[in-house]
Ligand binder design. Sequence first.
Ligand code: AKG
Ligand code: FE2
Length: 201
Amino acid sequence: MDLFGNNHHENLLPFKGEAYYYPAFFDRKESDRYFKLLQEEIQWKQEPIWLFGKKVLQPRLTALYGDPSIPYGYSGIEMQSFEWLDFLREIKERIEEKSQTEFTHVLLNHYRDGQDSMGWHRDNEQVLGHNPVIASLSFGVPRKFQFRLYQNKAVKKELILEHGSFLLMTGETQIQWEHQLPKSTRVHGARINLTFRKISR
Ligand SMILES: O=C(O)CCC(=O)C(=O)O
Ligand SMILES: [Fe+2]
């Protein structure tokens, strides 16, 4: 199937996966509006995770919205999921149209400044199914985002995720590549990320 109609884009990954970047998916005005709504309307929390047998706080704020009948957990915690808000549904519809995929949940990350981050991982949990499609939106300050090949961690790709941008990860990306959002001493200001996911019971 042709996911993109006549709006073809270049794959950022050289092999074993697909990642497409749309820098100004939302225009400046829409992006500013969503950033403000996200800051004000989302029930942000700093959640603990288990790391090497220890309970530590995640270096960012998170929230999960979606179908309340489907629970979703990772790294040893089950996250409470809140019902869709109108503006999240609005965003979801735009993303579903572009990616020709239906999503059940959105995981939101709020990086308060350059000291907040997310370490190397793959979004390959069982509940996401085979070759999961992950649709990732960014609002706020630009941050560096990195990929590295799971089987040869020296092979890397990186890009800057800008305000109003959309990164679509599909194909084998979540099996063959890890990704992270590194800390940076140069970044001041907040970024909010939304990753739309399809979860099955
Ligand atoms: O903040 C980002 O761009 C990455 C988020 C991410 O990888 C995730 O939520 O799984
Ligand atoms: Fe991820």
